[in-house]
Design a protein around this ligand. Sequence first.
Ligand SMILES: *Cc1c(COP(=O)(O)O)cnc(C)c1O
Length: 517
Amino acid sequence: MVQLKQQTYASYITERYDRESEGSLTDFISRQNGHLYLDGQVNLNELARRYGTPLEVVYLPLITKQIQQMQAWTTQARHNADYCGAFLYAYATKANFATEAVQTALAAGAHYETSAAIDVQIAHYLWRQGMLPNDRLILCNGSKEPAYLKAIQNLRLEGCTNIIPICDDLDEVMAFQSSAAPFQFGVRERMAGNRDGRHPGNDRFGLTADEIDQVVDYVAGTEHQLTLYHAMIGSQVEDREHFLAMLRDSVIAYCRLRQRVPTLHYFNFGGGMPTSAYKLDFDFDYAGFLTALMTEIRDLCAAYHVPMPDLIGEFGRYTVASHSLYLFEVGQVKAGQSGGPDWYLINGSLMVSLPDSLLVDNQQFIILPLDHWEATARPIRLAGRRTCDSDDVYPRPAQEPLVLPDSGVGLVIAVFGIGAYQQMISGRGGAHHCLSPEPRRVVISENAGQLRSQSIPQQDQAAIMRLLGYRPQRIAEPIEFPATTPARRTVQIPKTASLTASFRRRSRERLRLVRAR
Ligand SMILES: *Cc1c(COP(=O)(O)O)cnc(C)c1O
């Protein structure tokens, strides 16, 4: 059992993570005057008081900020490394397909990476609407069933020349044999996926060197062009040296191929760029990594006498993990058994909200209390009260317990970093495990410098029953899940204006915060 010395939660945070209880906690979480803020802008204590819990908070300007920050780092790295190629930022939409996330990324200038047939249909729709401009690439990855190939073909035939199918299988390039319009193609390197032997699942993607040669031969006799080489090594790669070492052989393979294929000019390293959203002690030097990567590619290209490629990154987690979070409240405390940590039971489900805690080895999430930082720190485990599943716990049994204030019932906690993958895996809008309803969602967006919020009510019982084929009008008394903060009962749901006004009232505090960072 974990022995925790008698100390306040605030001093635990200082001792364990070297962070003060006031000021910045990560690059997107801070605490000011005893209140927890997202991106120095969104006062989470105030949102919890206003709307009650459970609550999902979606803050779109953080997506824009992530993209702009990466673009600034790549500009700096290109300068540092004297790199001649361009750098293209693509959003890997499978991390979060929600229209608000995708459109925010596109508005910030991102290119579009697809993983499925319907993903291409969404891109097609956005392209028609003008939200996905003609100068953006649409990069199509993954194994392509006939529907996926057809969706790509349709978009190309309608005049989108920047759609690039990245071959995962030889059949795919053959499928476009009789295409009325020429394509740009990519090839995905199979070796890259599991070069270190640690990611057996990744080994299924892409082509062997021999198969890539067959694509080259095939394309040579057609109107099509091979323009892109894809090599993705994994996800959330926090070890910079490992990232570089794994890509090195792929860059060499690119150079060799470029010697034979003059149309080749993109090197796409796929995903893997880590997000700061999962750990308080996260530490990754993005600009340093990019400078080292570009320097290496520059030198290898010189050695092989080929021009430096335009680089593409496909950013999933990095783009969207941090922009949304959940607020839950502890509704019950249960003693742990045989000296184990006690249970804090929350008004939600952990396995529905954080499916990666079950799917990804040792996946962590940042969980912080909104209040009671001066209370005694205590090791606990969280359990969801809205399922009766023994897997509905976090941290997982093999992980060390969470430390939270011992204030127990009524404590509101913020679960950060849930913007990537969690809702897609869980099935946004669906009927969830033990029928746990989706909480109210507050979506905050920015328009011409003004923050606006939109509140979408909690998923109701009738909707859940309808999804499962019941006819809820026959049910006499629907059950309500009222938000649990008492203030909720007296406070009207505010109009956008009042939230904006309260943001403005706090702007002086925020300015100080921004400067402090
Ligand atoms: C999932 C995926 C990505 C995004 O990965 P992250 O690690 O979330 O950035 C990028 N490219 C491809 C081909 C993918 O499958």
